[in-house]
Design a protein around this ligand. Structure first.
Ligand SMILES: Cc1cc2nc3c(=O)[nH]c(=O)nc-3n(C[C@H](O)[C@H](O)[C@H](O)COP(=O)(O)O)c2cc1C
Length: 172
C-alpha cells in the first residue's frame, strides 16, 4: 500500500540565508527551514576561502579590518518578496563573516524582519545582531540565536532552537 507523502511545510514569506564554511551554521539553517517552512539560500563568495583553517583566519581578519565585501556567487531570487529573512553566520573575529556582510550591504530592507543566528567557537555571537542592524538600519532585527559550533548536532541545541523560534513567534 502506498502511504500518502508527508506534506512539506512551506512558507513563501520566509527566507533562511546563511554562510557556512565548515557546516555548523548550515546545520542550524536546515533545522530552521524544516521548522518554519522557509526557503533555504546559501550565501557563497565567488572566491571560496582557503581549505586551510589558519589561512582562512588570516584572510578573514584582513577582510574584516578593511571592511572588504567579497563578491557573491549569486543573489537570492525574489529577495523583496520575503517578509522575514533569517540571517546565519559563523562568528568570525567577533562579527559577521564578510560574505554575509556582502549579502546585506546596501539592501533595501525597510519593513523586513531580520532574524540573526550564529555559531561560534566559544565567544558567543551577540555582536552579530548589532552588525546586521548597522548594515540594514531600516529593518527590524530580532534577538539572535547562538550556538557553540561543536554542539549544533546535539538534541539540546535543536530543542533550544525550537524554543527560540516559538518565543520569537516564528513557529507555534
Ligand atoms: C576566520 C574564522 C574566524 C573565527 N573567529 C571566531 C571568533 O572570533 N570567536 C569564536 O568564538 N569563534 C570563531 N571562529 C570559529 C567559528 O565561529 C565556529 O567554528 C563556527 O561554528 C563555524 O561555523 P561554520 O561551520 O558554519 O563555518 C572563527 C572561525 C574562522 C574560520
Amino acid at each position: 500500500m502506498l502511504l500518502p507523502k508527508r506534506r512539506k511545510l512551506q512558507n513563501p514569506h520566509i527566507l533562511v540565508a546563511y554562510f557556512s564554511r565548515s557546516g555548523n551554521t548550515r546545520r542550524l539553517a536546515e533545522v530552521i527551514c524544516r521548522q518554519t517552512g522557509g526557503r533555504l539560500f546559501e550565501i557563497q563568495p565567488q572566491n571560496s576561502y582557503p581549505a586551510s583553517y589558519e589561512k582562512t583566519v588570516v584572510q578573514a581578519r584582513e577582510e574584516i579590518q578593511k571592511g572588504f565585501l567579497p563578491a557573491l556567487l549569486k543573489q537570492a531570487e525574489g529577495f523583496d518578496q520575503y517578509k522575514t529573512v533569517f540571517i546565519g553566520s559563523p562568528n568570525w573575529w567577533g562579527t559577521l563573516a564578510p560574505p554575509v556582510a556582502s549579502f546585506l550591504a546596501g539592501r533595501a530592507a525597510a519593513g523586513k524582519i531580520l532574524v540573526p543566528f550564529c555559531t561560534h567557537g566559544g565567544s558567543g555571537g551577540e555582536e552579530i545582531g548589532g552588525e546586521i542592524a548597522r548594515l540594514c538600519p531600516q529593518a527590524r532585527v530580532l534577538s539572535a540565536f547562538e550556538a557553540y559550533g561543536p554542539r549544533v548536532k546535539t538534541g539540546a541545541v535543536k530543542k533550544q532552537l525550537g524554543k527560540w523560534l516559538r518565543r520569537i513567534g516564528m513557529v507555534r
